[in-house]
Design a protein around this ligand. Structure first.
Ligand SMILES: NC(=O)c1ccc[n+]([C@@H]2O[C@H](COP(=O)([O-])OP(=O)(O)OC[C@H]3O[C@@H](n4cnc5c(N)ncnc54)[C@H](OP(=O)(O)O)[C@@H]3O)[C@@H](O)[C@H]2O)c1
Length: 277
């Protein structure tokens, strides 16, 4: 049995679909609200709240492989519950910032979970993706309402990754031999700037998408209102204010692991055009 946490999220929803498409089974998807979650046929939906590890008992029963989105609850307790339930292999979503920006708070938290997993006694595979294409959904409301999108660092290109590619690497790690004890830093196939992302979204929705480039201070004000000061500063650093080679490099991990080309941002925009209409 494979348990996918975050199964209604960007990576998890693609992962349960891909596991079914590959005929892998049985597969279970975790959600806090079984009535709202929509999973492909033959994926067993199970309710649980990672903030309350005791609620994961039914979800973990019979599970041998676990796809783990971390920092949704006390990860040490969640990993211990998994180990006790008999989980043998955990595929963990971490972040490229562990190696590009280890001084930032979220990177420190991800590194701490990586260390917990490595010390857990279970086989581990760590995924360190770069910025997700789905972060463009932050612009969706403005685009739907035909307002100008406010964008800092409009011409700094990052090797943004399609969440389905993270899912494809996770599927390989969960179902094929040889991925235990490995850490995969992974990116999309090319660097793409916010300006180019908005052009791809415009192409996908079939109309112009106006935007205005704003300063870091303006963007910080916008973001801090809902993320808080520290998280807003971290997001701005890693999207343009303090980028480095480790973050900017295009890596061919997706192709090496899945034997398929990494998906482009344009593909993601085409698949998600309705979110911007
Ligand atoms: N975005 C980026 O650019 C980026 C870059 C690098 C790494 N990452 C990492 O990627 C991960 C996020 O992946 P994602 O985008 O696929 O996730 P996501 O779309 O944000 O979805 C997370 C899922 O987790 C579930 N969830 C939330 N709280 C929960 C709880 N208390 N108990 C059980 N489930 C809970 C939600 O499902 P229900 O509502 O159905 O319960 C939700 O579908 C994070 O660890 C992040 O650090 C992100």
């Amino acid at each position: 049995m494979i348990l996918v946490t975050g199964a209604t999220g960007n990576i998890g929803s693609a992962l349960v679909k891909e596991l079914r498409a590959f005929g892998v089974g049985p597969v279970r998807g975790l959600t806090r609200d079984i009535a709202r979650a929509v999973f492909p046929a033959a994926v067993e939906a199970v309710e649980g709240d990672m903030a309350r590890p005791a609620s994961l008992k039914a979800a973990l029963e019979g599970v041998r492989s676990l796809f783990l989105v971390s920092r949704l609850g006390p990860d040490a307790e969640i990993l211990e519950a998994a180990r006790r339930a008999g989980v043998e292999h955990v595929v963990l979503v971490s972040s490229i910032t562990v190696q590009s920006h280890p001084h930032l708070g979220p990177a420190k938290e991800n590194l701490a979970v990586e260390r917990l997993l490595k010390g857990s006694g279970m086989t581990w595979t760590i995924l360190r993706p770069t910025q997700f294409a789905s972060n463009a959904l932050w612009w969706a409301e403005a685009i739907r309402e035909r307002q100008s999108v406010r964008v800092p660092y409009a011409d700094i290109g990052l090797p943004t990754i399609h969440p389905a590619d993270i899912a494809s690497v996770a599927r390989a790690a969960l179902t094929e031999p040889g991925h235990g004890g490995l850490t995969y830093a992974m990116t999309g196939p090319e660097q793409i700037t916010p300006r180019q992302q908005l052009a791809a979204i415009a192409q996908a929705v079939g109309r112009e998408v106006p935007f205005v480039e704003i300063s870091r201070a303006e963007a910080h004000r916008d973001m801090a209102a809902f993320l808080g000061d520290e998280a807003a500063a971290a997001v701005l650093d890693i999207t343009g204010g303090d980028v480095n080679e480790e973050l900017l490099s295009v890596r061919n991990t997706v192709t090496q692991v899945t034997r398929a080309p990494a998906r482009t941002f344009a593909q993601w925009a085409g698949e998600n055009a309705d979110s911007f209409r």
